[in-house]
Design a protein around this ligand. Structure first.
Ligand SMILES: NC(=O)c1ccc[n+]([C@@H]2O[C@H](COP(=O)([O-])OP(=O)(O)OC[C@H]3O[C@@H](n4cnc5c(N)ncnc54)[C@H](OP(=O)(O)O)[C@@H]3O)[C@@H](O)[C@H]2O)c1
Length: 314
């Protein structure tokens, strides 16, 4: 089968299309014939050698796939064969086939394509779990950092759908398209931008050195959820800013999909797919490219102009 491997850690040019052996479904596994796989910043961190456990080249990146079950290994019900599924594979997704634990499969309902399922996939799951963690209620004011990014734009969509009053912080080139998602306010991210305070909830896939400043934008009893580090780790003194807000009893949470069990992931995933089928939620597809264009997909992701998921077609 064809797969894209990271031949050299560093820039997108290290992503090379290669021919590798087809995976075999071992006991307790299925093989999925991949139709679409998602491109996200985690893949770029792995490619650069900046992700724990990915410090050597030779691996196939790609954390999420959608396609049809091709075969089952010993101990797995043959009823899976032919089913249209989404799977969080963590790695190995930039390939035409992938072996997966069936416990990680989420059925894709009729009416939703593989590309749309990927557009909802990791971004939607992180967004929904983050809003659940924050306990967002209708009418509350929520600030979304990196609102034009994959996770950020999904948070915006879901928060709007849940009746929150959304302020989106994003780059100038995406501001109008983010505004069109139904937010109350868009703030353009640039040096010296003044972001007001008083938010009930802040959802933050960016973190970085400005975290301490943003912690102070919560109102009393506000909830702050960090679900990514697109701008890198915060400076070590961010805890001082948190303690300085002691009188406001802020809640700071971190949210990783890695801590979620298969049943929770399947429940939330199916709910997201259901919202899309009933057209309450629009899967945001930024761009579709072929597997052999993986390097270009990473360039586009890191350029930060596209709004919505970058999807590779196997
Ligand atoms: N929690 C989880 O389980 C989980 C799962 C997958 C990924 N992640 C993490 O979530 C983060 C976002 O991933 P993603 O795929 O959504 O990435 P993405 O599409 O590249 O979005 C990140 C966005 O953050 C903003 N941004 C980037 N650099 C910035 C900076 N220096 N200062 C301020 N804003 C900046 C940009 O949005 P604007 O143009 O709108 O400003 C950018 O598009 C990554 O750290 C990734 O590793 C977490």
């Amino acid at each position: 089968m064809k797969a894209v491997t990271v031949e050299k850690l560093g820039g997108p040019e290290g992503l090379i299309l290669t021919e590798v052996a087809d995976p075999v479904a071992r006991a307790g596994e299925v093989v999925v014939a991949v139709e679409a796989s998602g491109v996200g910043l985690v893949d770029a961190f792995q490619r650069r050698g900046q992700f724990p456990g990915f410090d050597r080249p030779g691996f196939i990146p790609g954390a999420e796939v959608a396609g049809r079950v091709l075969g089952t290994g010993p101990g797995v019900a043959r009823e899976w064969i032919g089913k249209h599924v989404f799977a969080l594979v963590r790695t190995g997704g930039y390939a035409q086939r992938v072996a997966v634990d069936p416990g990680l499969l989420i059925p894709i309902p009729p009416g939703l394509s593989s590309v749309e399922a990927i557009a909802l996939g990791i971004n939607g799951l992180v967004a929904k779990f983050s809003l659940l963690r924050a306990g967002l209620r209708p009418g509350e004011r929520v600030l979304v950092r990196g609102a034009g990014g994959g996770i950020g734009s999904s948070v915006v969509q879901l928060a709007v759908l849940e009746g929150a009053r959304v302020t989106a912080l994003t780059s100038a080139s995406r501001a109008q398209r983010v505004a069109d998602l139904g937010v109350e306010d868009v703030i353009v991210r640039q040096a010296g931008t003044d972001v007001p305070g008083g938010f009930d909830v802040i959802i933050d896939p960016v973190a970085g050195p400005e975290l301490a400043t943003f912690l102070q934008k919560l109102r009393a009893n506000g909830r702050y959820v960090i679900n990514g580090v697109a701008a890198g780790f915060p400076t070590p003194d961010f805890g001082s800013a948190l303690i300085a807000s002691f009188a406001k009893s802020p809640v700071l949470s971190l949210l990783s999909l890695d801590s979620m069990g298969p049943a929770e992931l399947a429940d939330v995933g199916q709910a997201l797919f259901g919202l899309a089928v009933t057209r309450k939620l629009t899967p945001l597809v930024g761009m579709t490219l072929r597997l052999e264009e993986a390097a270009r997909a990473h360039e586009v992701l890191e350029d930060g102009q596209v709004l919505g998921k970058i999807v590779l077609l196997a």
